[in-house]
Design a protein around this ligand. Structure first.
Ligand SMILES: *Cc1c(COP(=O)(O)O)cnc(C)c1O
Length: 425
């Protein structure tokens, strides 16, 4: 699919008068259109709810937009739980507004999650006992499943659940349900995340088939009252232009078909479906904007930017591809080959390697696509780099700062007990 930036060079030139590069910018219009489509695709399911995976884009202004569609949040830590509570997702304001899908969970996080009325998603069988001894057993609970082996769609291996640290075996699920039922749980859910960033409409239907069959088996073997199934995240986005985006409408319809084939005949037609999408909800609707500030000609051609891997780690961390558009040169031929680098003292600090692009001039703005999820969120402070601002491009074209850029004072804030840093502004 052709990759088109959601801002123009002229818009960026206007924005930088107030907010210098680098910054992350998000497209409200794109977020809303997609959220509406997700909601509609599963509207056939009465209890459907998307729980946005907060870790993907933990910005309250963006999460607030999703909240307007009735979505909840999926949290994985105490900090995310606190943010969710402040935003009105706790049980005093929204019923079942929070999923807590954590692993290797500290006791205090279970205690806090239970206090907020979050639906606790147990990652392991040993957590049954741990939860009972710490927070106590709630009336509604979820258990995370790991079938082991490889996860295939027809003959293609999508991922390796057998190597993943998450979830319980089927035998453990059965045992956990029996014990939890005996301890007073009234409503059960099943969760699994078996493949990440899938760019195929087949992932959810294939996963659903497996989870729905498991639900039927668990109901038969344990008599548990299963009221929801959480398909979690994993619906991906086309980072590269050669891929086509997933069609959530097609996905929703295919899941409905499996639902009617497997769950309805088993008397489980009232089961609510949950999703915990992160990347699919935000990925394409965020970009990192950076300015080309240096060029270097040695054994290769380099363009040095004012952003670095501390602003967007995915290329450095997993060699991930992020498409780059040189703003204002959308129609020029890609007849130059560049490594696009940041300024970290790390040779993997490259947003692109051997990338074909139009000729880049100093001062050009680069639009780094698909940074809306797992982008800013993975930011860090290596080399004393400060996190950038986050901006929101509203539907009416106005721009709002939704997170200010970090300052040196923020960076040194954890030394506030030292006199020498007292006067830093
Ligand atoms: C990361 C995560 C998600 C979101 O994954 P995406 O790939 O962003 O859709 C959902 N659920 C859990 C438990 C996760 O850890």
């Amino acid at each position: 699919m052709k990759k088109t930036p959601f801002v123009t060079k002229e818009q960026v030139e206007e924005i930088v008068k107030t907010y210098p590069t680098p910054f992350h910018i998000y497209d409200e219009k794109g977020i809303r259109e997609n959220a509406r489509k997700v909601k509609e695709a599963f509207s056939w399911n009465k209890g459907f709810r998307e729980y946005f995976a907060v870790k993907a884009t933990p910005n309250p202004f963006l999460i607030q937009i999703l909240k307007e569609y009735g979505f909840g949040v999926d949290c994985s830590s105490q900090t995310e739980l606190i943010m969710a509570d402040k935003m009105g997702f706790g049980c005093d304001q929204m019923k079942d507004g929070i999923m807590f899908s954590s692993n290797a969970t500290p006791a205090e996080e279970f205690i806090y999650a239970k206090k907020l009325g979050a639906i606790i998603n147990l990652d392991d069988f040993t957590m049954v006992d741990f939860l009972e001894k710490t927070a106590g057993i709630p009336e509604k609970i979820c258990c995370r499943y790991n079938p082991g082996g490889t996860f295939k769609i027809s003959t293609t291996i999508m991922d390796n659940p057998g190597d993943a640290k998450y979830g319980m075996t089927k035998e453990q699920m059965i045992e956990a349900f029996k014990i939890l039922k005996a301890k007073g749980v009234k409503e059960f859910g099943i969760h699994a995340f078996l493949a990440s960033n899938t760019v195929t409409n087949e992932y959810y239907p294939t996963l659903a088939k497996e989870l729905f069959a498991l639900a039927v088996e668990l109901k038969e073997k344990t008599g548990a009252n299963i009221t929801f199934i959480n398909l979690s995240g994993g619906i991906g986005i086309p980072y590269t232009p050669d891929k086509e985006p997933n069609d959530i409408t097609v996905i929703g319809a295919a899941v409905k078909k499996v639902f009617e084939e497997v769950l309805v005949p088993a008397g489980l037609g009232d089961v609510a479906l949950y999703t915990e999408l992160g990347r699919f909800m935000m990925g394409p609707y965020g970009a990192l904007i950076t300015q080309a500030i240096h060029e270097k000609h040695i054994y290769k051609e380099y363009i040095g930017c004012d952003a670095c891997a501390a602003n967007l780690m995915r290329p450095a961390m997993y060699g991930a591809y992020h498409h780059i558009t040189v703003l204002g040169k959308e129609d020029q031929p890609c007849d130059h080959t560049y490594d696009i680098t940041g300024s970290l003292c790390e040779n993997n600090d490259k947003f692109a390697i051997d990338r074909k692009l139009p000729k880049i001039d100093m001062g050009d703005y680069l639009f780094i696509h698909d940074a809306g999820a797992h982008g800013f969120a993975m930011g860090y402070n290596y080399n004393g780099k400060l996190r950038s601002a986050e901006l929101l491009l509203h539907t009416d074209g106005s721009v709002q700062m939704i997170r200010r850029a970090e300052t040196v004072k923020d960076y040194l804030a954890t030394f506030d007990f030292c006199d020498i840093f007292k006067d830093i502004e």
